[in-house]
Design a protein around this ligand. Structure first.
Ligand code: FO1
Length: 318
C-alpha cells in the first residue's frame, strides 16, 4: 500500500475501526478526522466526546463497557456534585474531567482545538494523527417531536427518545474544515468508519468544500456499514434511519453515501442486499463486520485496506 489513509470517524464505532487500522498500519500512514458537532459546553467545560473517544481508544485507555470515557474510572466528583443538587445527567468521570479541565484552559488561552488535541493525544501515547474536523465550533441541533434540542440533550439526557424530524449543523456553513479533509495529496484511500451517518459523518460532509472534495478525488472511498441485520451496532442509527424516512438497512446507509463512495463493506448477514447496493454503482465487499474484540478490529481493518487497494488498482468505477 502506498500513501496515507484518511479515516472519517465519530464516536464509539468509528474509534473501534480506527484502532484496528492503527494496529495494522504504521502510525504516520493514518489520519483520523473526527466529528466535533457533538461537542458542547457543559458545567463550564469544553467537552469533545468523539475526539476523546477516539483518543482514549487509540491510547488503550477507553472504558471497554461504554466505549466512551476512561477505563478504571472513579466518580467522586459526580457523586459529590449530585449530593449538592448539581447536574449529573452527563457523566464525567474523575480522570476524564482532567481532559476537560486542561482542554478548556488551553482553548480559553487562545490555542486551537487541533493543537490541544495533538498534544493531549501525544501525551497519552497515540501514534496516528487524529484531527478535529474543524477548529471552529459546529453544533448538531436535532428537531424532534418535542421541539429542537441540542445534540447531547437529545442523545444523553433524553436517551434518544424524541422522534427525529430533521437535523442541522449550526456553524457548519462558515467553519473552516481541517486541511486533511480538503487536500488528498499523498492519500491512498478514504475510509468512512461505521459511525452514525446522520450525526457523525454528515457534519463532516457539511463543512464548506468537503463533500465536493470527496466527490471529486480520484482516491478510492470506502464506507463500512454501521447497520447489521437492520439494527445499529451501537446507538440510534437504525431509529434515525426510520424516523428520517430511509430504508432501515445497510442499503439505506449505502444510498445515503451513494454519489461519492466507491466501495461499501457489508455484513455477511446482509449479503442479500449486495445486488441492490451494487446497482447504486458501488462495489460491495461482504464480510463479518462485528468488532467484538481487538482481533476482529484488526481483521476488519485489514479487509478494508485490501478493498481500498483493490479499488485503487482496478479503477474505482470498473
Ligand atoms: N454517553 C452517555 O450515554 N451518557 C453519558 O453520561 C456520557 C458521558 C460522556 C462523557 C464524556 C464523553 O467524552 C462522552 C460521554 N458520553 C456519554 C458519550 C457521548 O456523549 C456520545 O456517545 C457521543 O456524543 C455520540 O457519539
Amino acid at each position: 500500500m502506498s500513501g496515507r489513509i484518511l479515516a472519517l470517524a465519530g464516536g464509539v464505532g468509528g474509534a473501534k475501526l480506527a484502532l484496528g487500522l492503527a494496529d495494522v498500519m504504521s502510525p504516520e500512514s493514518l489520519t483520523v478526522a473526527v466529528n466535533t458537532a457533538d461537542d458542547f459546553e457543559h458545567l463550564g467545560f469544553s467537552i469533545s466526546p468523539d475526539l476523546d473517544t477516539v483518543m482514549y481508544t487509540l491510547a488503550g485507555v477507553a472504558n471497554p463497557e461504554t466505549g466512551w470515557g476512561r477505563q478504571g474510572e472513579s466518580w467522586a466528583v459526580m457523586g459529590a456534585l449530585g449530593a449538592i443538587g448539581g447536574e449529573t445527567w452527563f457523566r464525567l468521570g474523575d480522570k476524564d474531567l482532567a481532559t476537560h479541565i486542561e482542554r478548556t484552559r488551553r482553548l480559553r488561552a487562545g490555542e486551537s482545538l487541533s493543537s490541544v488535541m495533538r498534544d493531549l493525544a501525544a501525551r497519552l501515547g497515540v501514534g496516528p494523527a487524529m484531527v478535529p474536523m474543524s477548529d471552529d465550533p459546529v453544533r448538531t441541533m436535532v428537531t424532534t417531536d418535542q421541539g429542537e434540542l441540542a445534540f447531547q440533550d437529545w442523545f444523553v439526557r433524553l436517551q434518544c427518545g424524541p422522534a427525529v424530524r430533521s437535523i442541522r449543523f449550526v456553524g457548519a456553513d462558515t467553519a473552516r474544515p481541517h486541511a486533511a479533509l480538503l487536500d488528498f495529496a499523498g492519500v491512498h484511500g478514504v475510509v468512512v468508519c461505521p459511525s452514525n451517518p446522520f450525526v457523525s459523518v454528515a457534519p463532516i460532509l457539511a463543512l464548506p468544500g468537503v463533500h465536493d472534495a470527496l466527490r471529486q478525488t480520484r482516491v478510492p472511498r470506502v464506507a463500512v456499514t454501521p447497520i447489521v441485520g437492520g439494527q445499529a451496532i451501537k446507538g440510534p442509527a437504525a431509529k434515525m434511519l426510520a424516523e428520517l424516512g430511509h430504508d432501515v438497512s445497510a442499503l439505506g446507509v449505502a444510498r445515503f453515501y451513494s454519489g461519492w463512495i466507491d466501495g461499501f463493506v457489508l455484513d455477511a448477514q446482509d449479503a442479500t442486499l449486495a445486488a441492490d447496493i451494487a446497482a447504486l454503482g458501488v462495489r460491495v465487499r461482504t464480510t463479518d463486520t462485528m468488532m467484538r474484540n481487538d482481533a476482529d478490529k484488526r481483521r476488519l481493518a485489514a479487509q478494508v485496506l485490501d478493498f481500498v487497494d483493490e479499488l485503487a488498482v482496478s479503477g474505482r468505477h470498473s
